[in-house]
Design a protein around this ligand. Sequence first.
Ligand code: FUL
Length: 614
Amino acid sequence: MALLNACAPSVNAPEPVFPVPEKKQVEWQKMETYAFVHFGLNTFNDREWGYGDSDPATFNPAKLDCEQWVKTFVAAGMKGVILTAKHHDGFCLWPTGLTEYCIRNTPYKDGKGDIVRDLSEACKKYGIKFAVYLSPWDRHQANYGSPEYVEYFHKQLHELMTNYGEVFEVWFDGANGGDGWYGGAKESRTIDRKTYYDYPRIYEMLAELQPQAVIFSDGGPGCRWVGNESGFAGATNWSFLRAGEVYPGYPKYRELQYGHADGNQWTAAECDVSMRPGWFYHPEEDDKVKTVEQLTDLYYRSVGHNATLLLNFPVDRDGLIHPVDSANAVNFYKNVQKQLADNLLKGVLPKVSNERGGKYTAKAVTDGDYDTYWATEDSVTSAVIEFEWPAPQKVNRMLLQEYIPLGQRVQSFVVEYNKDGEWLPVKLNEETTTIGYKRLLRFETVTTDKLRINFTESRGCLCINNIEAYYAGETHDVFTAKAEELRTYPFTLPQVDEAEAGKCADKDAATTCFVDGNTLLIDLGKEQTVSSFHYLPDQSEYNKGLIAAYEISVGTDAGAVNQVVSSGEFSNIKNNPILQSVYFTPVTARYVLLKAVRMVENDGPMGFAELGIQ
Ligand code: FUL
């Protein structure tokens, strides 16, 4: 036998199809799910984007316990955590030598605390990876916008990269420049997002200090933002971008859900989403924690769409993960494990229409080894693989993996089952185009003794390393977010067509009322005590008509609605268009006038999925 093998012609591995990932990018993608922690002064000041002026004296988490966080992540199957070491407000969770706006000047542990250290050590203790988010935008520093700030920012990164051990990722946020406190200047500052931070120098520093770290930003280079903060990638999802095209704040960011099919740089997608509507903790969101079903749905549309899932935990004011968040996260993981428990294809020997030979045979797709794969001959870019069971099985899930160290290739495929001798496609609600590192499919249950996958188009010969099938039971997956429950006084919009106006008062988040101009007059019909304004932006894929900054006035006479009760920004509305609530001192009024002081996009009407006045 040994002699025979030695004489057999050796079969070469397929050539890579470019772009291909670096080894560290493959290791990163294998993590699949990891946690995000948003915690800082915002937590104690009920803010999503601190202005940079919150008093450090407000930061005093009485029960903070990083081990509690990490134990939760481990129980939820997560392989790492990324901490907001500094968010846009500029406040540092480590005792930095570079600014006084940090944990040293808080009552927490009498100024002796270091949350970056505590979390990195808890990660080591429980065996998960650690990483940091460092906001480039800093609304506290007086010199933000100048070259001196860039020096400061690079030094901050240096501190973090040298004092806390290995990080698996470095997270650079795309939200950059705008209003801020800036040392008391209280103004708006813009920077050139492409050049200001001198990223080439940052990449050099990271290559030297933390070569294993994958660099995140809107356009990578290590991994990319997925173009939404809802936690899903497109069903078609290429791990490529056209190099040099995407920069922080890239206007065509929706493309990031799908990648660039013709891209020349490997930059896989990461889906960031919070357990709650906001990224930071707000007590009024205690009953708005994502459910097990919602999280399970997101898992299929992130990890199952060739991306990773970065799931955020808004740590609460005690410094702990809230019990509802941890219960839902752990039960979500258990639910996924239950749905994908018993691989019906394990060890089943498939039949294929083409095989390269050598060690690249069909049995590699069911042998449980990541590094063995079935490959077709060089010129063969379409092929069929068929599985047969001795008796019919119920099936409604499939898992497919391409061997990405050699590139992402598959462009389209069809899954079919055999019914009384006839091949029929399984019924699913998304396209079957790309696969990449991992593709999970949910389809209507079929009972069959034969399944096949017809790979119809590919960028090169096929390299498939894993195929699994499951029966997940009859589940009720949630495919769209539920409309927010909004309580409101009855109202009319006297300047808007009645049918159109109805769309923002129908409790249906899927219908949006569009209003031209930049003001909206709301009539409560009679005088009421009002103290809050609620605005759910357009929830369609493109979130049309988003208002970035507002002024709210009230009055008792339609001709004189001029008592300003509040003005400000709808922080982060572009990326996370959730329900926006403005609270003000109670006042008696019949009319409320909203003025859009600034829109996210300059042209087009304002969009209101729902409105509420209370
Ligand atoms: C965004 C930020 O502006 C949000 O506050 C949050 O940190 C999210 C993860 O990224 O761009």
